[in-house]
Design a protein around this ligand. Structure first.
Ligand code: KMH
Ligand code: ZN
Length: 274
């Protein structure tokens, strides 16, 4: 069994001022995508920044990024519909206009440090149906155990997502969400609805390595990247997302679960060629 490696290179939380090597411009995002694909990533989870390096859901920026990454790589392009904690729900519902291959769909509201990441059921439900209609494959982001129950409700209500499979990603270690521990991850896996066909996990900050090891050992897939972790090792900052993908690919190979190709990932997730 191979390992789907997703890179989340930018996120919405870090500032360019604090992290000058965070990829925020179109050129930097394309360069990062190309390097991470070569290192073993098959999917990219994208948050887009504007000319001032601030998070944006502006349709023009999103479409330009999707088109550029699609023309330069074979990566599955997943746009974030979570955006930043400050993005209104209605704006987050416009993300699919940029025609990504995949989109994140977080399965519930969660505390997010001092903020709240809002995902009421009505919003999740509208996004789920919109993704079915637009033939976009959702990745269900589970920040907490109750999100597994919300996912089951979505599937029961609306049927399977586009692509016919159900792929989830546990986002662990967010202050306010499920902890980045093996025990919490395994509890989440045990709660997954029967329809789930594959799962991945990411650990925020210092949970990055233990969650990677736990996921690999339990048959899960991996998400890495500067959105989630900017420290490679004690006192060693991440300089480039490629370093995190290279390490994930190395560990996966050692575990006899080599990185999944983009072609295999498209087949596994039911992603259509655009
Ligand atoms: N930036 C977080 C508030 C997602 O991409 O869908 C939400 C997030 C999840 O990163
Ligand atoms: Zn994200």
């Amino acid at each position: 069994m191979s390992t789907l490696i997703t890179v989340a290179p930018t996120g919405a939380e870090h500032t360019k001022a604090a992290l000058p090597h965070l990829p925020t411009t179109l050129e930097e995002v394309v360069e990062t995508a190309t390097a991470c694909e070569a290192a073993g990533a098959a999917m990219i989870h994208l948050h887009i920044r504007d000319a001032e390096h601030r998070p944006t859901l502006d349709a023009g920026y999103l479409k330009a990024a999707v088109d550029a990454v699609r023309s330069e790589t074979d990566l599955i392009i997943q746009l974030s519909t979570g955006g930043s904690v400050h993005d209104p729900l209605e704006t987050r519902l416009t993300v699919l206009d940029a025609e990504p291959d995949s989109c994140s769909l977080t399965c519930g509201t969660t505390n997010f440090g001092d903020d709240v990441f809002l995902n009421p059921y009505g919003f999740m439900s509208r996004l789920y149906v919109q993704a079915q209609e637009r033939e976009v494959v959702p990745e269900f982001e589970l920040f907490d155990l109750g999100h597994a129950a919300a996912l089951a409700r979505l599937i029961d209500t609306h049927g399977l997502p586009y692509g016919g499979v159900v792929h989830v990603d546990f986002v662990t270690g967010v202050p306010g969400g499920m902890p980045g521990t093996t025990a919490a991850l395994m509890a989440g896996v045990a709660m997954l609805p029967a329809e789930v066909t594959s799962w991945a996990a990411t650990g925020i900050g210092r949970a990055h390595l233990p969650i990677m090891a736990a996921a690999l050992s339990a048959g899960g897939h991996l998400r890495v990247g500067m959105e989630d972790n900017v420290v490679y090792a004690r006192d060693v900052p991440v300089q480039h997302n490629r370093e995190l993908v290279e390490r994930a690919a190395r560990l996966a190979r050692e575990m006899q679960r080599p990185p999944m190709t983009t072609t295999a990932a498209r087949a596994a997730l039911g992603v259509k060629r655009r």
